[in-house]
Ligand binder design. Structure first.
Ligand code: FA5
Length: 334
């Protein structure tokens, strides 16, 4: 009995200080393991007198049950604190915990929709680089250096990089219009393409302006193409994309690479506000000549639309900055 009391004291002290799963396991082995101290006492009971065996046996068994209980409880607490590392983690996922599935980003959904609509209208899809040369982003689009129109696009210039081909500086493309030039250099008309992609502008952000957004360029060159064809394609696109009839307007505007130039606004459903969604026009004679397309024989229309703006109207998104906020509450709605 004396031995038992000593062991009980020892274990209590050891349990006080044990803070990890390993420490608790050590206690279990030292006292309850095959060669543990308490196990040894239980084993030696057979050598005791009946009287002693009954008394000591009952006390030893009681102590063992108590220790097991305390060890189990402590272990649960420690696992909780350690976050269950190295444990069977399925035990830690409670039935009430929800599992969320990923979903497509609204810009991915809208990008796919736009491509589907235009390819069904016989447009092909072209691409161009995001880090572009000054030549394709500006010069070839009838915007020479020092032309005031360059102010229309606040540019992120790429530091200390020049393009080997024309020695011009590299920049992050400010619009998808350079893809028009790249495509026309390599293809003979007639053709109709769209060029979706990311564009960059060094400008202040607000609810409808981002420094990094997406455009879809459109370009169709053929014989006898007119502004009426552009209007038809835009109208057809809107009715399929929005799946409802929205009011839109063409406004005269200016872009050096088109003549005449227009801008297109859509009236926000249920509001008195209009949102500009694209710039467009008839491809400028000088642009066609620059890529050796006979402007007497061929005409073209071109447009560049803001993808985020279209998504904002379609889904009623009030602020363009939400697209890149990384806020799951926003993303999960799509
Ligand atoms: C252009 O970028 C011309 N390249 C469009 C064009 C193409 C004209 C072909 C003629 C022929 P603009 O800077 O207006 O134009 O931009 C086109 C569209 O992109 C805008 O109508 C708007 O919908 C969207 N956009 C422009 N700036 C931003 C911005 N900071 N954030 C989000 N969307 C923008």
């Amino acid at each position: 009995m004396e031995e038992l009391e000593k062991i009980e004291q020892e274990i209590k002290e050891a349990l006080e200080t044990a803070k990890s799963k390993e420490a608790l396991e050590k206690i279990r082995i030292a006292y309850l393991g095959r060669s543990g101290k308490l196990t040894a006492i239980l084993r030696s009971l057979k050598d005791f007198s009946v009287e002693e065996r009954r008394k000591t046996g009952a006390a030893a068994n009681k102590l063992r049950t108590e220790i097991e209980k305390v060890l189990d409880e402590k272990e649960k607490k420690v696992i909780g604190k350690e976050g269950g590392r190295g444990e069977d983690i399925t035990l830690l996922v409670l039935p009430k915990d929800k599992v969320y599935f990923g979903s497509l980003h609204p810009l991915t959904i809208v990008g796919r929709d736009i491509k589907k609509i235009f390819t069904s209208m016989n447009f092909s899809v072209a691409e161009g680089p995001e880090a572009e040369t000054e030549y394709y982003n500006f010069d070839a689009l009838n915007i020479p250096a020092n032309h005031p129109a360059r102010e229309m696009w606040d540019t992120f210039w790429v530091k200390s990089q020049t393009d080997a081909k024309d020695g011009k500086n590299l920049l992050m493309r400010t619009h998808t219009s350079p893809v028009q030039i790249r495509f026309m250099e390599k293809h003979k008309p007639p053709f109709a393409i769209i060029a979706p992609g990311r564009v960059f502008r060094y400008e202040a952000t607000d609810s409808s302006h981002e420094i990094n957004f997406h455009q879809v360029e459109g370009l169709a060159v053929d014989k006898k193409i007119s502004l009426a064809n552009l209007k038809f394609v835009v109208e057809e696109f809107f009715s399929r994309f929005f799946e409802e009839k929205l009011s839109f307007r063409f406004r005269p505007s200016y872009f050096p690479f088109v003549e005449p130039g227009v801008e297109v606004d859509i009236k926000l459903p249920g509001e008195e506000k209009w949102l500009e969604v694209m710039g467009a026009g008839m491809v400028h004679k000088r642009v066609l000549e620059g890529v050796r397309i006979d402007s007497e024989k061929w005409q073209g229309f071109a447009f560049g639309m803001g993808v985020e703006r279209l998504a904002m109207i379609k889904y009623g998104i009030p602020d363009i900055r939400l697209f890149y906020s990384g806020d799951l509450r926003f993303i999960k709605q799509f």
